[in-house]
Every structure is written in structure tokens, then in C-alpha cells.
Design a protein around this ligand. Structure first.
Ligand code: GLN
Length: 289
């Protein structure tokens, strides 16, 4: 008679995974372990906690092991599961797009608070499409256009829009391209962007998850950390209606510089906003008549 191998329990799998993550300095280790196990088993966190003695099949353990190995080499959890939460929606993410950050939700909230969005919203450097998709799902009457220079990123954004049921116009183009206004059916009520803003000198201080796995083209502003802001301070004027708004995510240390840049370029009502952690995170300004 064949002997049945005793199955590993949920508790044992969870404890072992959490211990290995903790030993590698990956925190919160237990929560990360739960996320991975939720992903491979399809069970909820509540189910994992309330049924710690439930068996885990060998095949599931193998899949978990391969994900754990990747997480131990600092691959971001969101690339392992292929998903990231943003503004209450689940977005697909691949290493071709930046993982949407909670701070960026501030831009969406601010846009949704505008009095008029009649001429639509233009997102420059859309990545996963998290900004326009979230705007459109909250306001299905607002036309949204999303631009990205990277065709692979745009494919992810398109898939997100399709899966979440958001009707968005996508355009593959470089936001630094001088002829952008002619290619887009503007002018718009709002131009929003979370452009690359990290200087190369900061690279060594970034988490390995970020610097070794996220797309450098989406993170780093080569040469001049403010190059996208300098360009948009001029170029966005032609993309906006009179009284239209520009809304830019910024590096927490660059608030004063971006404010000065927009003021010098003739923008009105320039305002610096903080995120929930109290760090400078967004600059918004109005186009004069
Ligand atoms: N707009 C996307 C985001 O906010 C991508 C930004 C980027 O790639 N720099 O996540």
C-alpha cells in the first residue's frame, strides 16, 4: 500500500515563508508571506488565518517556492502577482510600467475636484494608465487621453482600460516632442503628469526593488532632474484651454524649484500640495488667459 505523504499545513508554509523573508530583511515579512500565499492558493487572508491546519498541496508549495525565490532577490511583490491596487481598482502591472504609488492618488483626487473638466484630461507618461483610468471610472463623462513614449507600457495601459471598462484614447508619443499639441485633439481642461524625476545621483539610495526592477525610463530624468518640468512649463500652455490646469507630481525635495519654474513661466495660482505623509508631492497651476 502506498503511504500518503502528510500534507504541509497552511501555518507551517506561512511561518517558513515569513521567516525567510524576515531573514532577508524584507518587511513586513508576515504580510508579504500572506500576500504570496493568497496569490498562489487563491485563498483569502481571512481563510488563511482561520484555517491554519488546512493542507497545502505540493504543487502549490512549488509555485510558492519559485515566487519566494524571486521575492528574495527583491523583485517587487506587485510584479510577482502582476497586480497593484490604485484608487480602489486593481491594475495589471509588468516590469514595463512603474508600479502605481499611493501618493499618486492625490493627483486623481485633485483632478476630480475641478469645477470644469469639459475639455477632458490629458495624462503625459501614463505608464500603467492608473491616472486616466481612475479619473474616467469616477467620471465617465470626462474624455481622457493618455500618452506614453513606450509602446509596451501603452499595451499594459490599454489592457487596464479594457479590463476595467474605461474608455480612454491612447497615443504613443514622446511628451518632450515639440509637435505634441498638433497630434492630440486638444486643448484640454487638465494636463496631468507624473514624469520621471529621479536624478542619477540618487540611484544608490533607492531600494533594490525600485532600481533593479522598475523601468529606468519611467524613473530617471537623465542629465537634469527637472528636464520634464522645464519642458512642460512651456509646452503645456498650448495643450490647455484658457484657465485650464496643469497638475504635476514632484520629487519631495523639488517643490520650491518647480513652483518657481512655473511662476517664472507665467502660470497663475501656482500651489504646492503635500501628501498624507506631509511631504511635498504635487504642484498645480492655472493657465492664464
Ligand atoms: N503615470 C504613471 C504613474 O503615475 C506612470 C508614471 C511614470 O512612468 N513616470 O504611476
Amino acid at each position: 500500500m502506498m503511504e500518503r505523504k502528510p500534507q504541509t499545513t497552511t501555518r507551517a508554509v506561512l511561518d517558513a515563508a515569513a521567516d525567510r523573508l524576515r531573514a532577508a530583511g524584507i518587511e513586513p515579512a508576515r504580510r508579504e508571506a500572506e500576500w504570496l500565499i493568497e496569490h498562489v492558493t487563491g485563498r483569502s487572508r481571512l481563510d488563511l488565518m482561520t484555517h491554519p491546519d488546512a493542507g497545502v498541496e505540493a504543487e502549490v508549495c512549488e509555485r510558492l517556492e519559485s515566487l519566494l525565490q524571486r521575492r528574495l532577490t527583491r523583485e517587487p511583490l506587485q510584479y510577482l502577482t502582476g497586480e497593484a491596487g490604485f484608487f480602489g481598482h486593481v491594475f495589471l502591472v509588468t516590469p514595463d510600467v512603474l508600479i502605481p504609488r499611493p501618493e499618486t492618488e492625490l493627483l486623481v483626487e485633485w483632478i476630480l475636484g475641478r469645477e470644469s473638466l469639459d475639455h477632458g484630461v490629458l495624462d503625459l507618461g501614463t505608464g500603467s494608465g492608473c491616472i486616466p483610468v481612475s479619473v474616467r471610472l469616477a467620471r465617465p463623462d470626462v474624455a481622457c487621453t493618455a500618452v506614453d513614449v513606450d509602446g509596451k507600457a501603452l499595451a499594459v495601459a490599454r489592457e487596464n482600460a479594457a479590463r476595467l471598462g474605461a474608455d480612454i484614447r491612447f497615443v504613443e508619443a514622446d511628451m518632450l516632442d515639440g509637435g505634441l499639441a498638433d497630434r492630440l485633439a486638444g486643448p484640454f481642461s487638465v494636463v496631468v503628469s507624473n514624469p520621471p524625476y529621479i536624478g542619477r545621483e540618487e540611484q544608490s539610495s533607492l531600494q533594490p526593488e525600485v532600481v533593479e526592477h522598475e523601468p529606468h525610463r519611467a524613473l530617471f530624468a537623465e542629465g537634469d532632474a527637472l528636464r520634464f518640468y522645464r519642458h512642460l512649463a512651456h509646452a503645456a500652455v498650448d495643450l490647455l484651454v484658457d484657465g485650464g490646469w496643469i497638475c504635476l507630481e514632484i520629487h519631495a525635495d523639488r517643490g520650491a524649484e518647480v513652483v518657481a519654474l512655473l511662476q517664472e513661466s507665467g502660470w497663475e495660482g501656482v500651489r504646492l500640495h503635500q501628501d498624507l505623509a506631509g511631504r511635498d508631492r504635487m504642484v498645480c497651476a492655472r493657465r492664464g488667459p
